[in-house]
Ligand binder design. Structure first.
Ligand code: F6P
Length: 374
């Protein structure tokens, strides 16, 4: 019997999304008797039933394209902006699912998308998810679509900053994405030979960084490159955040919790210029001129790497085989050399952070990289 498969891409885009759509679609149409219906712009398109039947024509020639042919958004089913309100639009999505007689909805996305798919699953929909994010922070999978491409772009930036930092005898801080995890900055920092790598998992002390830079100056190296995660923070900021989180958790009334949440938001706003603040601080502490490069969205743009194309094709095509076996309620995960269906309950509400004993951390330390902690 023909299976009707809905698919959407949600959350921040990453290189390799089209390769995943192609992998899923070509195997669903070619190997199995399935029909594929794409929804535009993530969960918003599902709510509005903005859809397209994806046939061979749509799936051809997209393997190497960046972005997503379906478009994406960060809209959540249960908090959808409608007019000037946030509304729970889950029921509207259930209706569209029913109207298309879908057997399953495939959601390709990051941590937020895994949660949203899980919510729809709890409302009775069959879902299968595919993990993508340049942050590589989804639990229960070794890696995610987009990380390898972003790692290449970030490493290239660290490489290129070397010659200009060296020529001007400057400190250059390059701020990299990664949300609240340090995979991208750590990976690019190690691969690009950054002198200092700062990640959220290891809160930093500006004085230790200055000391490491001055030690380089004493050994004749008058420049330094710092790869800093967007989520990295000083020890003081980390302690403040811990306190605010505790206040939120321990808040007895709704008002107390709301007040703590507002303080966390204010803390986040205060963090937004922390890389520039660190550059200014290091200039004072070391006497070296400092400059900041915020790499931003270039890390998510353009052609997917060979590794991401491979991964997306493996995950996409594995998803169609899991649909065939009706392994619903799961994420297609990379576990060692295998693609496995992991129950979504094990994925949501967890984040894959960098373990302090990870081999990348050890390698960085062994080659003398300062991680800002000692
Ligand atoms: O999750 C991917 C990511 O690029 C993060 O690294 C970054 O923090 C975030 O998305 C940026 O989000 P947005 O696209 O909503 O600005």
């Amino acid at each position: 019997m023909t299976k009707y498969v809905g698919v959407l891409t949600a959350g921040g885009d990453t290189p390799g999304l089209n390769a995943a759509l192609r992998g899923l679609g070509k195997s669903a149409l070619g190997e199995y008797d399935m029909q594929l219906i794409g929804f535009y712009d993530g969960f918003r398109g599902l709510m509005n039933d903005r859809s397209v039947i994806l046939d061979e024509q749509h799936l051809s020639g997209i393997l190497t394209f960046g972005g997503t042919i379906l478009g994406t958004s960060r809209d959540k089913p249960h908090r959808m902006p409608v007019g000037d309100k946030l509304m729970d639009m889950t029921d509207a999505m259930l209706e569209v699912y029913g109207k298309h007689h879908l057997d399953v909805l495939v959601c390709i996305g990051g941590g937020g998308t895994q949660k949203n798919a899980h919510r729809l699953m709890q409302k009775g929909l069959n879902v299968i998810t595919i993990p993508k994010t340049i942050d590589r922070d989804i639990a229960m999978t070794d890696t995610t679509i987009g990380f390898d491409t972003a790692l290449g772009i970030a490493t290239d930036a660290v490489d290129r900053l070397h010659s200009t930092a060296h020529s001007h005898h400057r400190i250059i801080l390059v701020e990299l994405m990664g949300h609240n995890t340090g995979w991208l900055a750590l990976g690019a920092g190690v691969a690009g030979g950054a002198d200092v790598i700062l990640i959220p998992e290891i809160p930093y002390d500006p004085a230790s960084i200055a000391e490491a830079i001055l030690a380089r100056v004493r050994s004749g190296k008058r420049f330094s490159i710092i790869a800093i995660s967007e989520g990295a923070m000083t020890r003081t900021a980390a302690a403040e955040l811990d306190g605010l989180m505790k206040q939120k958790k321990d808040g007895k009334t709704k008002e107390e919790k709301k007040a703590a949440a507002a303080s966390i938001e204010a803390w986040q706003v205060g963090q937004s210029n922390k890389t520039i603040a660190l550059a200014q601080q290091l200039e004072k502490l070391t006497g070296l001129e400092s400059r900041v490069t915020i790499l931003g969205y270039v890390q998510r743009g353009g052609i997917p790497s060979a590794r991401d194309r491979l991964l997306a094709t493996e995950l996409g095509s594995a998803a169609s085989s899991f649909i065939d076996k009706e392994k619903y309620g799961s994420m297609v995960a990379v576990r060692g050399e295998k693609m496995e269906a992991v129950p979504l309950e094990k994925v949501v509400d967890r984040r894959r952070t960098v373990p302090l004993d990870h081999s990348w951390v050890k390698a960085a330390k062994r080659v003398g990289t300062c991680l800002g902690d000692e």
